[in-house]
Design a protein around this ligand. Structure first.
Ligand code: CMC
Length: 431
């Protein structure tokens, strides 16, 4: 529990109220307003949660000014370079890095949970072939609660554990199946001899008709993409998972809610939207036109892949992702790709433009991830599903933390009501 270090005072209508100040291990202090309504009969107003800590958490820390992202205290740059996704999953879920035996056990358990209940294949076949894979994922992940009845009891720690393993293990299988279904190819079963990232590439790109070799450098890049997306503090989809979970909903339903929230273009859907924007721009000479649109207050257009609610200096994930993009493009021999040229030029222009500098708008993780995924052969519609499968461990870790929090309460925001005051019903003949 965070310490209460001192008190702030609020004076309202001549009365003074004391607000305890809570100190985190790092980051800004937090005013505890939990008793404010009971004592002063006022609410606080913060749509978009720009100044509100919605929970206490010990998982991920972001310093937006420094461009710092820590998972359980470890800098993302170090994890991206030295660790790997399943180790990061263990870290996020358990709080500490695993020893060799713990890692081996965890990897074994995850690997043995990658297959889906065979009946789910039929469930997939109910979707139109041209469904967006995110639409399919929301449905299938939500439907997992209809298939895995033995891991729905949120009050049983063992069931919570099994549900967590299932979600982390099966999300790549579901994402790959959504892709295969959309292109009319047969589903590919997971392979237990492959690591997590290689297995995902195998399920996406292999076909029964011929052998498929997973290029280790691409698997490494894939693994790094998973790692960079694994958790991100109380973002919109994570908060959605927490809010859904606060009512006691089962974990599969909560993660389906998180996937639905992630889909939006201001959040995880930005990677797809960014690549579509690069395509729309098409050639370098059209960039000024789009920069002008992004600055125009009357035009809703935004430069996708730019800006972040928390990062106001740089997005540390974007830095690592950019290096990864260079490596992957080099490996695949992609040099003269017109999209890449537009992306590089756009990045250069935006980073030197007064508007973007003044508003502290920098390329975010989604700007570069799409470029790598496109080069690897993924269609744009798969970008957000890949984000979703990577973020599942973050959602689950936050959900487990919430369930275990003795201060836990159902999430129930209040409002600043501006509608009509009480009035009498008017019969239709009198209206
Ligand atoms: N292009 C042009 N102008 C922008 C952009 C952009 N991408 N982002 C913000 N602005 C402007 C915005 O119009 C506003 O201007 P003003 O102060 O004159 O009204 C100012 O910058 C502040 O922006 P905001 O919308 O109040 O900032 P926010 O914290 O509410 O939104 C954001 C953050 C990420 C939703 C937003 O920057 C955005 O929509 N970016 C494009 C979508 C995107 O790349 N999203 C991925 C985020 S990273 C991955 C993830 O976490 O999911």
């Amino acid at each position: 529990m965070a310490e209460t270090s001192r008190v702030a005072t609020l004076t309202l209508d001549g009365k003074t109220y004391e607000l305890p100040v809570m100190s985190p291990s790092v980051g800004p202090d937090v005013l505890d307003i939990r008793k404010l309504y009971a004592q002063a009969d006022v609410f606080t107003f913060d749509p978009g949660f720009t100044s509100t800590a919605a929970c206490e958490s010990a998982i991920t820390y972001i310093d937006g000014d420094k461009g710092e992202l820590l998972y359980r205290g470890y800098p993302i740059e170090q994890l991206a370079e030295k660790s790997h996704y399943l180790e990061v999953c263990y870290l996020l879920l358990n709080g500490e890095l695993p020893n060799a035996k713990q890692m081996e056990d965890f990897e074994f358990r995850i690997t043995r949970h990658t297959m889906l209940h065979e009946q789910i294949h039929n469930f997939f076949r109910g979707f139109r072939r041209d469904s967006h894979p995110m639409a399919t994922m929301v449905g299938v992940v939500g439907a997992m609660s209809a298939f895995y009845h033995d891991s729905l009891d949120i009050n049983d720690p063992w069931q919570r554990e099994v549900a967590s393993m299932r979600l982390i293990a099966k999300l790549p299988t579901i994402a790959a199946m959504a892709y295969k279904y959309s292109i009319g190819q047969p589903f590919v079963y997971p392979r237990n001899d492959l690591d997590y990232a290689s297995n995902f590439l195998h399920m996406c790109f292999s076909v029964p008709a011929e052998p498929y070799h997973v290029e280790p450098a691409l698997a490494k890049a894939m693994d790094r993409i998973f790692t960079l997306h694994a958790d991100h503090e109380q973002n919109a989809s994570t908060s959605t998972v927490r809010l859904a979970g606060s009512s006691g909903a089962n974990p599969f339903a909560c993660i389906a809610a998180g996937i639905a929230c992630l889909w939006g273009p201001a959040h995880g859907g930005a990677n797809q939207a960014c690549l579509e924007m690069l395509r729309e721009i098409g050639t370098v000479d059209r960039i000024p036109e789009f920069i002008a649109r992004a600055k125009d207050k009357n035009d809703p257009f935004k430069l996708m892949g730019f800006g972040h609610r928390v990062y106001k200096n740089f997005d540390p994930r974007a830095k690592v992702m950019k290096e990864s993009a260079d490596e992957v493009l080099e490996l695949l021999g992609v040099h003269n790709n017109p999209l890449l040229q537009v992306a590089k030029e756009l990045e250069k222009i935006a980073l030197h433009d007064e508007y973007f500098i003044a508003k502290k708008l920098y390329p975010n993780v989604d700007f570069y991830s799409g470029i790598i995924l496109e080069a690897m052969g993924f269609p744009t519609a798969m970008f957000t599903p890949i984000f979703a499968l990577s973020r599942t461990v973050g959602w689950i870790s936050q959900w487990k933390e919430m369930i275990g929090d003795p201060q836990g309460k159902i999430g129930r925001p209040r409002q600043l009501y501006t509608g009509p005051v009480a009035r009498d019903y008017v019969e239709v003949a009198d209206r």
